[in-house]
Design a protein around this ligand. Structure first.
Ligand code: MN
Length: 695
């Protein structure tokens, strides 16, 4: 039996303020009574499931309701006699969970599995029976949400249950939809539990379920779960927030009047739109009051504008920004650059003549549905219709990148404690970032979704697989940067690859790689190329360096016998910079410029430096100026031409274009001075370059 179905200890009304969804609750009461009346005749829909059917038909007018009726009958008969801790018949729980999903627009298979979700765990019904009567999909989903046996797993049962559920979610995201709705209903009715148990469940909800709801884009469930957790874990702040909202409700709320003027503006412009005031949920009010210190009347809600077509969104925006004063810093276009979790909307804020500032969200009705219900709104992930319509350009929303990564590492975390700790840490991490990878050869940029904290190295492996071993540099938003640079949401990244197949990653790439794919690829390359690996670092390649670097790149020599010397990635020292070395873990010496802040920091904590100097080299170092007409991929083409001559780039500077002319300055390390004329010829041959000269 589920945890929630044991002895009553506290009155269910202990937290009346949690009962925000009074309509759903009334429905549940009715459902409970109907369930007590027993199964109705087989030829009509049982009354108790009428609300589910109504909600389902509202989203899916053609849905086949007979399978829902059969599922309800099996669930009702098998749970009969079981009571919730609140004293209500157990069947009220699967019905409530199913109603939550039906209202979000879930498709019929999800609802069928949801009605049956506790039968295998808590009743005599077997998975085989579910499979025979309802088919493989329903059986798979029910199995996915069924807890592992406490008797087999003891204290590890909860982590193992989540592991099982995540693995199942990897195959069918509807498993997680049901788990989230299940947790929402259990959180709504948590008042009957002992306080310590409430707190324990609320913490798991905070650490695991809420991040999952956010990542799957199920905003409606996420916000309600957040408020329920807030009330349990931070009762005082919850009470203060409630008092703030109550006090505001008694005052003059400026938002309805602003909504009226927005309506008038759009009507005059001939744009058909629904305009509504959307109150913020408690946690959102709390966050904004922490951020602002004091709340303005217009902070308690936002104005939501719903339109028919994508293009209308920008039409609305244009009118708003013309007829009111826009707060430019608040403008965000999540239509052109959708968030990782499918969310799309325009966000802006406008100031009214009387000094109020209101946040406005503009979206289409379809975007609204996805914003509220996320993956639940996508329908059956196995049919190509609706889910694919949502946005062909984006990655498979039912198998998002973060989920694949979770599933990757969970296999290598055999003990449940490690799994549980890492899972919560992973979910607590930054959100994912979506970046646009530009490739000279491809016309359109490719969208890459990476975990928060990912670097250009991660982007390189995500885009090119093992060919990323030859990555020699990166441009982020048009600017040259080191490969270790972290990427932010919306960045455009262009990776510069060497065509020399012997080129490989530097040992310190591992430190800057956040994705398992990059780490595994780098690790296995390094393991098979131990000699090459010792000689290269990112620093030696930063901001750009080429294949010739390996084997001869450690130009700095430390006054320690046999020390492995690396150039620091933070300050990228080059000769003749004044440098200082520090012994780091593993005995290597890291070389920084003496002016690097890291040097001062390390000295401040008592680390002593070792002497390092630049090795005199017999080869030729030269600085060349390349003058050219600006065009896309010029930099990539130039560095490629240099690489093909076997020359290493020590540093490169690109000046901003003046009348479409750009000047690149390269400091280059040639293996042999005799190669200079050929090098300059090769650079001049790059289209757009009209002169190459020595500085
Ligand atoms: Mn349940």
């Amino acid at each position: 039996m589920s945890a929630e179905a044991t002895n009553p200890e506290a009155h269910p009304e202990a937290r009346p303020e949690l009962r925000r969804r009074s309509r759903s609750r009334l429905d549940l009461r009715r459902l409970g009574r109907a369930a007590l009346l027993g199964p109705p005749s087989r030829d009509r829909l049982p009354d108790a499931i009428g609300h589910v059917a109504e909600a389902h038909r509202a989203h899916h007018p053609d849905a086949d309701l007979s399978i829902l009726r059969r599922a309800y009958l099996l669930a009702e008969t098998s749970h009969r006699g079981q009571m919730r801790k609140s004293g209500e018949p157990y069947i009220t729980h699967p019905l409530a969970v199913t109603l939550i999903l039906a209202e979000l627009g879930a498709e019929t298979t999800t609802l069928t599995a949801s009605l049956l979700h506790d039968t295998v765990e808590d009743t005599e019904v077997t998975l085989e029976q579910v499979r025979e009567e309802f088919g493989d999909e329903v059986c798979f989903i029910v199995d996915g949400v069924t807890k592992v046996e406490k008797i087999d797993y003891g204290a590890a049962a909860e982590p193992e249950t989540f592991r099982k559920m995540l693995v199942a979610t990897g195959n069918d995201v509807r498993v997680m939809s049901i788990k989230l709705a299940d947790r929402l209903h259990n959180m709504r009715t948590l008042g009957v539990m002992r306080p310590d148990k409430q707190a324990r469940i609320a913490k798991v909800t905070r650490d695991v379920l809420i991040p999952l709801a956010e990542r799957l884009g199920v905003q409606a469930l996420k916000t309600e779960l957040e408020d329920l957790v807030f009330a349990i874990l931070h009762p005082e702040e919850y009470e203060q927030t409630r008092a703030l909202i109550a006090a505001h409700a008694g005052e003059n709320d400026p938002l309805p009047a602003i909504a009226d003027s927005v309506r008038a503006v759009l009507r005059d412009a001939g744009i058909t739109a629904e305009v509504a005031v959307r109150p913020r949920h408690f946690v959102s009010v709390h966050r904004i009051s922490r951020k602002r210190g004091e709340l303005r009347g217009s902070d308690f809600g936002r104005i939501l504008v719903l339109v028919g077509e994508n293009a209308d969104c920008y039409g609305v925006l244009g009118e708003l920004h013309t007829c009111f004063t826009p707060v430019v810093s608040e403008f965000k276009d999540f239509i052109a650059v959708p968030k990782f979790n499918l969310y799309q909307s325009l966000h802006t804020a406008v100031a009214t003549p009387d000094g109020h500032v209101a946040e406005v969200i503009v979206r289409t009705r379809q975007m609204h549905r996805v914003a509220e219900a996320g993956v639940v709104a996508l329908g059956n992930p196995y049919t190509t219709g609706e889910a694919a319509d949502c946005d062909e350009e984006r990655v498979d929303p039912t198998r998002p990148g973060w989920l694949s990564r979770l599933l990757d590492w969970q296999q290598s975390a055999p003990d449940p404690d490690t799994f549980w700790t890492v899972l919560r840490a992973e979910l607590a991490q930054d959100r994912e970032v979506t970046v646009f990878a530009v490739d000279g050869a491809a016309a359109a940029p490719r969208t890459l979704t990476l975990p928060g904290g990912a670097s250009c190295i991660d982007a390189a492996y995500a885009q090119y697989g093992e060919a990323a071993h030859g990555c020699i540099g990166a441009r982020v938003n048009g600017r040259l940067t080191s490969l270790s640079s972290r990427l932010s949401d919306g960045d455009t990244v262009q990776l510069l690859l060497s065509h020399d197949s012997s080129s490989g990653p530097a040992a310190d790439w591992l430190e800057h790689a956040a994705t398992p794919a990059a780490r595994i690829a780098i690790g296995s390359w390094l393991a098979t190329h131990p000699d090459d690996a010792a000689a290269t670092t990112t620093a030696a390649r930063a901001p750009l360096s080429v294949v010739g670097a390996r084997g001869g790149s450690g130009n700095a020599v430390a006054d320690l016998p046999n020390a492995h010397v690396r150039l620091a990635g933070c300050c990228t020292p080059v000769p003749p910079d004044a440098v200082a070395g520090f012994v780091v873990r593993g005995g290597a010496v890291t070389v920084h410029r003496v002016r690097c802040p890291a040097v001062a920091q390390m000295r401040a904590v008592g680390r002593t430096s070792v002497a390092v100097h630049w090795r005199a080299t017999a080869d030729c170092r030269v600085t060349l100026l390349a003058e050219s007409f600006g065009r896309p991929h010029l930099l990539a083409d130039l560095t490629e031409a240099i690489a093909r001559e076997g020359v290493e780039v020590v540093s490169a500077t690109v000046e901003p274009p003046v009348e479409q002319r750009v000047r690149h300055t390269y400091t280059l390390q040639l293996p042999d001075a005799a190669g200079l004329p050929a090098l300059m010829r090769a650079m001049r041959d790059v289209p757009g370059v009209y002169d190459v000269s020595r500085a």
